[in-house]
Design a binder for this molecule. Structure first.
Ligand SMILES: Nc1ncnc2c1ncn2[C@@H]1O[C@H](COP(=O)(O)OP(=O)(O)OP(=O)(O)O)[C@@H](O)[C@H]1O
Ligand SMILES: [Mg+2]
Length: 944
């Protein structure tokens, strides 16, 4: 054999099959599709080399390559990999697309990643940046050594995979079979769900390792050397290291065109292979490296000097020697082993007992030298796990890391808690410190569990009260509103300081409102607001004003609501605590405007809410805002858009780990009924009911039951419909007229009448009339008249409702009033009077694709011999013409090369809404990628 096949550049031998597979992935991406590949293999097996080779190919074919590498030392740095990738992009190509990564980087330097919410924003910017690039070129995103990636990066990549699967993007990750933290497993599951292929790298075949040797030595290896190389068991890293070690010991010579060792050496074990790399070093250097291996994969010179009980100046030679031999390298302020396998070989070469003793000693020395608590704790857990000092240092390490990362802090707190018994007095304090971090990380069930135990252990009421407030927060995030409210009530009683009690009670007032106790909520908000104002606590003042805004809106006091909403906005501006991001003043004001039918102002207010959330980095309030946007579209008759907004709410709820989806689900059920998709409606309804089972009856529950009643009616189950209508009326009675949708009382009334429950029917009419009178809008008047017309069976009142709606800006409600009038008039034999109402209603139903309503009305009129031909052919369910005007607009903008955020900005919606629209578009067109969508648009515009 000759070495004629030596390649230029990095050599990758024996991986032809794997490379072919990866190249086909690249080809698919260049063709516009999304692909994912997981490359798995033991350390040194050649993952990075293979990826490096593919990257070269990709660049040559015009694919944009982005590479991020996770590092062992940065395992706890939130978004470490993401920021590194962004920095590299910004620095390496400042003129190009890298600009899109500046926003990611900005968040990194602003330190906006400590809270779970800040993390959401980084992810959003990453998704944004990748989408922007991938809209222009195919992209290869490589993430190396995923097993070391920090939790935030892992979850961000998961989001990328979920959200960008319509782009020409290849996601390639490499990882070792171990370690496999749960978060890595979760991401792998997501990748496989997105169709990722698994590529396991086996050991190289003998002929490949021979070719490797040939490439390194410039001559093919002789039989004795080949036998030596066999000890590397096909692991290319070992092959390289073995040959280098033999070269360093001058044991290889080239004669007769062959590289050979002089005699039959004992085939080394893998560890010995690596240790050979050290064998030529001086005894001193090896001694220092052994101590360094105790310190971990990286260490500072000062630390090494301390544990060697030496001076830095004495280590100059050893460090120089080890660096020149390529065993350690400088990484920033630290020295690090070039490969952890080197460290492991040295480390494991010492007896276990000795290692433990060395760790203990190192811990003590580092503590005495004033090292970081984290460094000391790392040593002590290995050297003296049950030691009394160890607990203290673990606790200190936890507190120290809390400043940088919640996930790191949690890890240390958990270790510390493992080391103390629950009857230890320190247990309670440690737990109290840990719980807020668990909430931030979204480990809500754990937080809840631990907080409950800590409350039982708390030695002072104030400590218990603080824990209860945190517990309430965890419960709220899980949608357990009633339980949360109860905790806050108890907490308020436990505070001995009235100002503190007011602060605790302010959120309690809001929770009371959410669970439907409007009067109680407003009373608490007034009291607590006054105390908060006296104490100068603007956060609590703003919270109480929010409660009062919705409280006023719920009883139809729209003017008061708007006034209180504006005051709430002002108070929130004056609050400067880090919790102000969790306030919802724009949302409350928006609801007040919407209930007053001032839709433009409501929309502005919600948009301001989104802006503030982005500015302050609080994502958990986004689902609330999004749900209200869906409600707004329902009012204004943009029902298709309402669907996309509601879908966006569900996506936001899941990506922010919150459960505010009641209204959104109800909106989707309502739309599915109108679109005659009863199966879908039933599925969504089941989800909403499952949520309510957990949360108990809360704001929006009456909407869910309203849609349930309608669905049962549509399914031809009138008795169940009447029953559901009854509970829709009885659930959260205080909130009936919040988010006023005047379809709700009318439908409920109609179905209650069907069940012949006249008592409830009259109550509904009276209450609706009273609420409408207070609200004072045209739609309120129309809604109340519709109720009256139903209960009195009076067609003229139904006609009056239509007139009232002439001035209202609620087209669907108006069409429903017209339909009602048409039927009432026809039933009364006034067929000619009925006709114009009938046509007007059908027009609206048809334009908005409300098939269920249209069919119902047509069949009711047919009984009276009234027919009218369809004004236009009905929209098909698949293909280009199935798209709604908004969906067509979104498709056109995609074809122009705009990204989702660009499209969102053009259409004044959120990017989640655009994603919601695209979901519908893809489903209707039967495609999965944007490239396919562009083709559809081009085809649509081609001359026929
Ligand atoms: N197919 C190959 N042909 C020739 N040399 C290779 C091959 N694969 C790997 N090598 C060499 O082996 C060494 C280790 O490879 P590489 O760094 O790619 O492994 P890895 O699987 O990425 O390891 P780690 O898990 O440590 O990241 C490198 O020096 C590389 O040049
Ligand atoms: Mg590698």
């Amino acid at each position: 054999m000759s070495c004629a096949d030596r390649e230029s550049g990095p050599v990758v031998v024996g991986r032809e099959r794997e490379l072919d597979q990866l190249r086909s992935v690249l080809a698919a991406t260049t063709g516009g599709s999304f692909r994912a590949v997981v490359v798995e293999g033991e350390p040194g097996i050649g993952k990075s080399s293979l990826v490096g080779r593919l990257v070269r190919d990709a660049r040559e074919t015009g694919v944009q390559v982005l590479v991020g590498t996770a590092r062992e030392l940065e395992r706890n740095r939130p978004f470490g990999v993401v920021f590194e990738l962004a920095r590299h992009e910004v620095e390496s190509a400042p003129d190009r697309d890298s600009a899109v990564f500046r926003n990611v980087l900005k968040l990194g330097t602003r330190g906006g990643t400590r809270s779970g919410d800040g993390g959401f924003l980084v992810t959003e910017e990453l998704v944004n940046a990748l989408a922007t690039i991938a809209t222009r070129w195919p992209v290869l995103l490589c993430l190396e050594d995923l097993h070391w990636a920090d939790v935030s990066t892992l979850s961000a990549v998961g989001t990328v995979v979920r959200r960008l699967a319509d782009l020409p993007l290849a996601v390639l990750v490499t990882l070792r079979p171990a370690p496999r933290p749960a978060e890595v497993e979760r991401l792998l599951e997501q990748l496989y769900a997105a169709g990722a292929a698994l590529l396991r790298l086996p050991p190289l075949a003998d002929d490949a390792t021979t070719r490797m040797a040939c490439a390194i030595l410039g001559a093919p290896p002789g039989p004795l050397l080949r036998e030596q190389i066999g000890a590397a068991a096909g692991n290319p890293l070992f092959v390289v290291e073995l040959i280098r070690a033999l070269q360093q010991q001058h044991l290889i010579s080239v004669a007769d065109g062959r590289a050979e060792v002089p005699r039959c050496l004992v085939p080394p074990s893998l560890r010995q292979t690596l240790l050979r790399r050290y064998s030529f070093l001086s005894v001193d250097t090896i001694g220092s490296l052994r101590m360094a291996s105790i310190l971990g994969p990286a260490f500072s010179v000062a630390e090494l000097a301390a544990v060697c009980e030496s001076r830095a100046s004495r280590l100059v030679h050893a460090l120089h020697e080890a660096t020149s031999a390529g065993l350690i390298e400088e990484t920033g302020e630290h020295m690090a082993f070039r490969h952890d396998l080197f460290r492991q070989a040295l480390y494991e070469d010492m007896p276990a007992g000795l290692r433990t003793a060395l760790h203990r000693e190192a811990g003590a020395i580092l503590a005495a030298e004033g090292a970081d608590a984290i460094r000391v704790a790392e040593q002590l857990v290995l050297g003296d796990p049950a030691g009394e000092h160890t607990v203290e240092w673990l606790w200190r390490a936890a507190r120290e890391s809390a400043a940088h990362s919640a996930s790191l802090a949690v890890r240390w707190y958990e270790r510390a808690l493992d080391a103390v018994r629950p009857d230890d007095p320190r247990w309670g304090s440690m737990t109290a410190e840990l719980v807020p971090h668990l909430v931030l990380l979204g480990r809500l069930a754990d937080a809840q569990d631990l907080a409950a135990r800590a409350i039982r252990h708390a030695d002072r009421p104030a400590v218990a009260a603080r824990l209860r407030v945190i517990l309430a927060h965890a419960l709220t995030r899980q949608g357990l509103w009633t339980a949360a409210r109860a905790q806050l009530d108890v907490a308020a009683a436990e505070y001995d300081d009235p100002a503190a009690a007011a602060v605790a009670l302010a959120p309690a007032s809001f929770l009371r409102l959410i669970v439907g106790d409007v009067a109680g909520a407003v009373a608490v908000a007034k009291r607590s607001g006054a105390a908060a104002r006296a104490a100068g606590n603007q956060l609590a003042v703003a919270t109480c004003l929010m409660t009062r805004t919705l409280g006023a809106s719920a009883v139809g006091a729209t003017q008061d609501a708007i006034e209180l909403g504006l005051q709430g906005m002002a108070a929130s501006e004056r609050s400067h605590t880090s919790f102000r991001g969790f306030l919802l003043p724009e949302l409350c004001l928006g609801v007040a405007y919407a209930d007053a039918d001032r839709f433009t102002e409501a929309e502005h207010s919600y948009r301001a809410g989104f802006d503030r959330a982005a500015r302050l980095g609080t994502a958990s309030i986004l689902p609330y805002l999004q749900a209200n946007r869906a409600i707004l579209r329902l009012h204004t008759g943009a029902w298709d858009d309402a669907g996309s907004e509601a879908e966006a709410c569900l996506e936001l709820a899941s990506s922010t780990g919150t459960r505010w989806r009641t209204h959104a689900l109800a909106v989707l059920v309502r739309l599915a009924i109108s679109h005659h998709r009863f199966d879908r409606a039933a599925r969504l309804l089941a989800e909403a009911e499952a949520d309510l089972l957990v949360s108990g009856p809360i704001m929006g529950a009456n909407w869910v039951l309203w849609t349930k009643a309608l669905l049962r009616e549509a399914e031809g189950r009138p008795a169940e419909a009447a029953e559901a209508a009854g509970s829709a009326w009885a659930t959260c009675p205080g909130l009936r007229f919040l988010h006023t949708n005047w379809m709700y009382p009318v439908d409920v009334l109609r179905l209650v009448l069907l069940g012949r429950d006249d008592g409830t029917a009259h109550a509904i009419v009276e209450e609706t009339e009273a609420a409408a009178a207070r609200t004072g809008t045209a739609s309120a008047a129309g809604g109340a008249l519709r109720c009256r017309a139903l209960v009195d069976a009076d067609p003229d009142v139904a006609v009056a409702a239509v007139s009232a709606y002439q001035d209202a800006r609620r087209p669907v409600e108006r069409a429903l009033a017209q339909a009602q009038a048409a039927v009432a008039l026809a039933d009364a034999g006034r067929v000619d009077d009925a006709r114009p109402h009938f046509r007007a209603a059908v027009d609206t139903f048809d334009a908005l694709d409300l098939r269920y309503e249209e069919n119902g009305l047509r069949s009711a009129m047919r009984r009276h011999g009234i027919r009218w031909r369809r004004p236009r052919p009905r929209r098909p369910t698949t293909g280009w013409h199935a798209l709604t005007p908004t969906e067509q607009q979104v498709a056109e903008l995609v074809a122009q090369g705009l990204t989702n955020p660009d499209i969102a900005a053009r259409l004044f919606v959120s990017r989640y809404t655009v994603e919601g629209h695209l979901k519908q578009v893809f489903a209707k067109l039967g495609i999965t990628s944007r490239v396919a969508l562009v083709n559809e648009v081009v085809r649509e515009h081609a001359p026929r």
